[in-house]
Design a protein around this ligand. Structure first.
Ligand code: 2P0
Length: 341
């Protein structure tokens, strides 16, 4: 007998960043974080538990993955197997719908989609919060991708209460523009970067207290649908996170020369057009701009005067992760194969 589950999860961009773990094995964060789920980028995943399989298999974007990548998925599936008594091996098939030019990490959508697909396959009746505590063990930011709109990952007191909760559906005038800055340089992974920062930056305690204040302030601003406030807090919080990398020992940064130029461009366009447009950056060189959805066309037009238009991607807020029917899954495979030709 086989058991099959399929799910889609959208990626998210943190407005209040997750930066540091207090427990690396359990992926417990040093601070609570808050994100916006994005409509434009997502992962679709199918998991098949099958007694005939002699080991786990993992296919990503049509390619069989290395033993190393597959064992990461196996260890993640083991968490569910241990909890439920399921003992079959599984075949996991995933497709990432993240424009290659975007250069966005997809671990958030990947582990959220896999968690929900497993939950579907095994008919688990867990609530989303519990599921997000499992997703967390694959990648911290994936807790937030199980939900849509604005989402808070509460740091919790232990493993059982460190999960994400939806804060607001973001069904107001909200958009995000991604300015994709490609780079040859392989950046330091967020996992390594955050550990190094926690261990060595003398500014880290200030980051923690500041992130707490920012989180309360942004939740208040979201409640009032005050996009200017939300944007100002987002921009300040992101820069504070990056300041902790510059103060680590040895220091490092995710900023590329082009990132700094684009930061200036965003400020220039904001002032020139008099529109709310606030930037944030993650563990890579790309710049993301929080703005009103209704302003995206004029902002893109202004940004495109000094940045390649084909590397500007716009998105609206995205929904919570959801199960896919077999029909929807076949459509996913067909769409991917057509785009891959
Ligand atoms: C965030 N980032 O809140 C922060 C801001 C990057 C910068 O979450 O080690 O891939 O798998 O828990 O989730 C990226 O970190 O790290 C991230 P792990 P993850 O979005």
């Amino acid at each position: 007998m086989i058991r099959v589950g399929r799910a889609r999860a959208h990626t998210n961009i943190a407005l209040i960043k997750y930066w540091g773990k207090r427990d690396k094995a359990l992926f417990l964060p040093m601070n609570s974080s808050l994100s916006l789920t994005l409509d434009a980028f997502y992962t679709d995943t199918e998991v098949v538990f099958d007694a005939h399989l002699t080991e786990d298999y993992f296919f990503l974007n049509g390619q069989a993955q290395s033993p190393e990548e597959t064992s990461k998925i196996s260890r993640f599936l083991d968490l569910f197997r241990q909890e439920t008594g399921e003992n079959r091996n599984a075949k996991v098939t995933s497709y990432n719908f993240v424009p290659t030019a975007a250069g966005l990490a997809s671990s958030a959508s990947a582990f959220a989609a896999l968690s929900l697909a497993v939950s579907e396959a095994l008919s688990l009746d867990w609530d989303r919060q519990t599921l997000s505590t499992f997703a967390r063990r694959g990648s911290g930011s994936s807790t937030r991708s199980l939900f849509g709109g604005f989402v808070e990952w509460q740091m919790g007191t232990g493993s059982k209460d460190s999960y994400a909760v939806p804060i607001d559906p973001a069904d107001w005038d909200i958009g995000m523009i991604v300015l994709a800055i490609n780079t040859e340089r392989k950046s330091i992974s967020s996992r390594v970067g955050m550990d190094h920062t926690v261990a060595t930056s003398p500014f880290y305690p200030a980051w923690i207290s500041s992130a707490k204040t920012d989180l309360e302030a942004i939740k208040e601003a979201i409640k009032h649908k005050d996009l200017v406030k939300v944007g100002q807090i987002t921009e300040h919080n992101g820069m504070k996170m990056h300041a902790t990398t510059l103060s680590a020992d040895p220091p490092f940064t995710y900023f590329e020369p082009e990132s700094i130029r684009v930061q200036g461009l965003v400020r220039h366009v904001r002032e020139e057009l008099g529109l709310p447009a606030y930037m944030t950056m993650d563990a890579g060189p790309n710049v993301k701009v929080l703005c009103r959805a209704s302003d995206m066309t004029s902002l893109v037009e202004a940004l495109a005067k000094q940045f390649p238009k084909e590397k500007i991607i716009t998105s609206r807020p995205g929904p919570a992760a959801y199960a896919l029917t077999e029909e929807a899954w076949l459509e996913t495979v067909a769409v991917f194969e057509a785009s891959d030709e």
